[in-house]
Design a protein around this ligand. Structure first.
Ligand code: HEM
Length: 422
């Protein structure tokens, strides 16, 4: 079969394809157009994520296609050591321990250490939106894509003037690895990726001299290594920055945009959140399940793996379709219904599962929850531009809206146009 993720239905309505795959007789599928095995059922995806001996992360961050020789030679210059998402034990165990020690990953610790930064950044962006009331604004470029990037640069202590370059490099990385760029574009994106890596190395070099002073993540990671390469090398700290600057924002941007789309495309949902913002946390969780920001994630088999009647040979790249797993009727009641009150929502696999479970899950939830809560209070009359139809960037991993044009209104639609706090 062919998945054709870069065109047609998969771009506008991937859930329709997931449904066909889940309902079909075969438990796993070989996508000939991609050279990837597709794993879709909740139980199979969860097993694969949890079994790091049979399913390795060694190729997770490498392009899904054969790059042209010129792009490949540029990418080969990137000597970023594998850490967390690109590593298997024992490197994974050691680098994940380092990240867990230096990056808060429970909701209490994230709130305590990063809550003020998140709220300040949300306030700034919401105020800017309020100032544009009465106009049409693209919530992707002017809100969802900005917030997580501004937060992650704050956390890493990266200069604000570098934000546009980081955004370009990071978008480029996602297109280069999980997209389908033409050879000329591959070369351009590969050059950007090399520049990005050199930039992250420089960030660390500059911080090495005064690591004692800083409270930012890079300084903390340098203090954690305590000059001992057995604990962590300086290049591994640079590799953390390289990964976090992308993982820390492209994903959460997607979550915020999906949440806003889910809420605004059915106005009664938005109105309920405006009336009762305490429902935002459950709404964000169902958004994660219903249409994850990463809906496909890669592993490679280290040995032959039998799933049902099919044996996936050793050395095969597998695309774990997290989005499909989240729609599996064997795990979720009425899986194609968006239900913010569902009892089974926490079974979703949108942050992965097991040894590689997302380090930033608590931060992502906090950002999305604070963002939606502030927006419902400040711009309760927000509504999607009437001509809008959702479409996504062509990618097998990251599901990102192209745009979300909205009319900004500070008055709620359903009441007597009483002004709300701005
Ligand atoms: C909605 C937002 C996010 C989504 C949907 C998401 C999703 C994921 C997924 C699917 C994985 C792979 C898990 C696995 O292989 O089992 C992952 C890993 C990871 N994520 Fe996230 N992520 C999000 C936000 C973040 C943020 C904000 C950060 C950091 C600031 C982050 C950092 C990481 C790291 C470091 C890993 C690798 C963990 C490891 O391999 O041990 N993510 N994430």
């Amino acid at each position: 079969m062919e998945l054709r993720p870069f065109s047609g239905t998969y771009l506008t309505d991937p859930a329709a394809i997931w449904r066909d795959l889940l309902d079909g007789p075969e438990r796993v599928h070989y996508a000939e157009d991609l050279g990837l095995w597709l794993i879709t059922r909740h139980t199979d995806v969860r097993n694969a994520l949890g079994d790091s001996e049979a399913f390795s992360n060694a190729l997770t961050l490498l392009p899904i296609y054969d790059m042209c020789p010129e792009a490949l030679s540029i990418v080969m210059e990137i000597d970023a050591p594998p850490t967390t998402a690109a590593a298997d034990a024992p490197t994974h165990t050691r680098t994940r321990r380092a990240l867990r020690a230096t990056f808060p990953n429970t909701s209490a610790r994230v709130n305590e250490q990063y809550g003020a930064i998140v709220r300040r950044r949300v306030d700034e962006l919401v105020s800017r939106l309020v100032a544009r009331r009465g106009t049409v604004v693209d919530l992707v470029s002017d809100f969802a894509a900005e917030l997580p990037l501004l937060v992650i640069v704050d956390l890493l202590g990266v200069p604000a003037e570098d934000v546009p370059a980081i955004k370009n490099w990071s978008d480029g990385q996602i297109a280069l690895i999980w997209g389908q760029p033409e050879p000329e574009e591959q070369v351009r994106l590969a050059r950007g990726l090399l520049d990005f890596w050199r930039y992250c190395q420089k960030l660390v070099t500059l911080r090495v001299q005064d690591a004692d002073a800083g409270d930012d993540f890079i300084s903390k990671a340098l203090r954690y290594r305590a000059g001992d390469d057995e604990i962590l090398t300086e290049n591994e700290v640079a590799s953390f920055a390289f990964n976090l600057l992308v993982a820390g924002h492209e994903t959460t941007s997607g979550l915020i945009a999906h949440g806003l789309d889910n809420a605004l495309s059915v106005p009664s949902r938005w109105e309920r959140l405006v009336e009762n913002p305490s429902g935002v946390a459950a709404f964000v969780e169902e958004t994660l399940r219903f249409g994850p920001a990463i809906d496909g994630w890669l592993r490679v088999t280290t040995r032959d793996v039998a799933i049902g009647d099919t044996t996936i040979p050793a050395g095969s790249r597998c695309l774990l379709l997290l989005g499909a797993a989240n729609r599996d009727a064997a795990t979720f009641a009425h899986p194609d219904v968006f239900d913010p009150h569902r009892a089974d929502v926490r079974e979703h696999l949108s942050f992965g599962y097991g040894p590689h479970f997302c380090i930033g899950a608590a931060l992502a939830r906090l950002e999305a929850q604070v963002a939606l809560t502030h927006l419902t209070a400040a711009v309760p009359g927000l509504r999607l531009a009437p001509e809008h139809a959702s479409s996504f960037k062509p990618n097998v991993g990251f599901r990102a809206h192209n745009a979300l044009p909205v009319f900004v209104e500070t008055f709620a639609q359903m009441d007597d146009r009483t002004p709300r706090a701005a």
